[in-house]
Each structure stands twice: as structure tokens, then as C-alpha cells.
Design a protein around this ligand. Structure first.
Ligand code: C5P
Length: 231
């Protein structure tokens, strides 16, 4: 694995099967050092793909979006750590108990970072109201991020437009990982609060997650290099 690969840009392997995912990984080659595997691919392909990527020296963000009783969350985090994952997500809306369980379980895996999901990027204020939350999305994101920090999480995932306020709240060290970014010229892909990778980095994101803007580009390597080059 080329150490020069940009580890701040994480490519989302949102594929329905392992063959497609492996084809994209092969196509990106040394240009990409970090991948996100979510529930679709993990369920379809199994954990062997995670081991394979880790074995190749790549970092794997397992986007498990855990929301369970603390005992089950801890078990899933240990399983992610044993696979060699570098990042795993837990829902902060589940409260301090499940976040603390995730953080505790990750301690035996020093390279594994626990990220708290705040508000899923597709949710609007209306969606929050529907589930009985009167706060705006911005207020709710900050409230949950504060709770996540207090529970010991290494960082949060959040929309690009929230990165600045989160950086101010969380200080310089914590990870702020922003999905929901698009490259200009691409489709907005259903993100209610879309932004570019560069805006996210400038606002304080430590990492961005990019999916279709790279994986469906005519030239995925060029799209990825465009991000690393700053536009
Ligand atoms: O839209 P894109 O293909 O770049 O999505 C990449 C990742 O961003 C997805 O794996 C998903 O987890 C996340 N995402 C999100 N909110 C959305 C759409 C995608 O957090 N509305």
C-alpha cells in the first residue's frame, strides 16, 4: 500500500456484492487508502472482505450504525476490532449507555476509533419533529455531539455544513467525518444537506466519506485525485 494515499478521503463501497467492490478497489489501487463498508456490503459479502482490505494495508471504516443494548453494542465493536477495522459507528440517539459501551469495548483495539452518528444527513427538521424532537437539526447535532464527547467517543459523523460548529465545540483533536459530500457537477444523491469535500475540510472535517461521486465517475481515480488536489 502506498503511504502517499490520501487517508482523509474515505471511499464508500456501497455495492450489493463483493465482486463489484473488489473491482472498484482494484481500479482505485494505490490512490485510495481508506474504504467505508456499510450494512449492504457487509451483509452481502460478509466479513472476509474487511479482512482482505485490512490485509492489503487499507483502512476500513465499518459503518455499523449500532443502536442496541450496551452488551450487544460492545460485542459488535469487539468483532469490528478483531477484523482490524479502524472506525466504527454508534448512534448517539441511543444515549450515553450504548456509546460508553462502544468506547469501553474499543479499548482493547488501540487503532479502532468510535464515531458517534448524530443526525442522519438525510433528516430534516420536519423528520425530527415527526419523532418528537422539537430541536432544529443543528441544535440536535450539537447536543448529540456533546453527549458523544462526554461518553468518550473519538469523534462524530455529520453533514458538511455542520463541521464548523462541531469543530468549535469538540476542539482540535476529535475526528469529524463527513459523508453527504458531492463533487460539483455530480448528482446530489438525495442528501438533504449536501456540500463539497473541500468546504467540509475547510470547515474542520478531519475526513470526508465520498461514494457515488467517485464510484460512479467515468474515471474514479481522477475524481479521487480531484478531491485530494483541493478542487
Ligand atoms: O451519496 P454518496 O454515494 O456519496 O454516499 C456515501 C455515503 O454517505 C453512504 O455510504 C452513506 O452512509 C452516507 N450518506 C449519508 N446520508 C445520505 C446519503 C449518504 O450519510 N443522505
Amino acid at each position: 500500500m502506498n503511504n502517499a494515499a490520501d487517508h482523509r478521503t474515505i471511499v464508500a463501497l456501497d455495492f450489493a456484492d463483493r465482486t463489484e467492490a473488489e473491482a472498484l478497489v482494484a481500479r482505485l489501487g494505490d490512490a485510495c487508502g481508506s474504504y467505508k463498508i456499510g450494512l449492504e456490503l457487509l451483509t452481502a459479502a460478509g466479513p472476509g472482505l474487511v479482512r482482505e482490505l485490512v490485509g492489503q494495508g487499507r483502512e476500513v471504516f465499518l459503518d455499523l450504525k449500532l443502536f442496541e443494548i450496551p452488551n450487544s453494542v460492545a460485542g459488535a465493536v469487539r468483532a469490528a476490532g478483531a477484523l482490524g477495522a479502524s472506525m466504527v459507528t454508534v448512534h448517539s440517539m441511543g444515549g450515553t449507555g450504548i456509546m460508553a459501551a462502544a468506547v469501553g469495548a474499543a479499548r482493547e483495539f488501540p487503532r479502532l476509533k468510535v464515531l458517534a452518528l448524530t443526525v442522519v444527513t438525510s433528516m430534516t427538521g420536519g423528520d425530527l419533529a415527526d419523532i418528537g424532537i422539537a430541536a432544529s437539526t443543528d441544535e440536535q447535532v450539537l447536543r448529540l455531539a456533546r453527549l458523544a464527547a462526554e461518553a468518550g467517543c473519538d469523534g462524530v459523523t455529520a453533514a458538511p455544513g455542520e463541521a464548523g460548529a462541531l469543530r468549535a465545540l469538540l476542539g482540535p483533536e476529535r475526528l469529524i467525518v463527513t459523508p453527504g459530500v458531492t463533487l460539483p457537477g455530480g448528482e446530489s444523491g438525495g442528501h438533504a444537506r449536501a456540500g463539497t469535500p473541500w468546504a467540509a475540510f475547510a470547515a474542520g472535517a478531519s475526513h470526508v466519506v465520498v461514494g457515488r461521486s467517485v464510484t460512479r465517475a467515468a474515471d474514479p481515480v481522477a475524481a479521487l485525485r480531484r478531491i485530494a488536489a483541493g478542487g
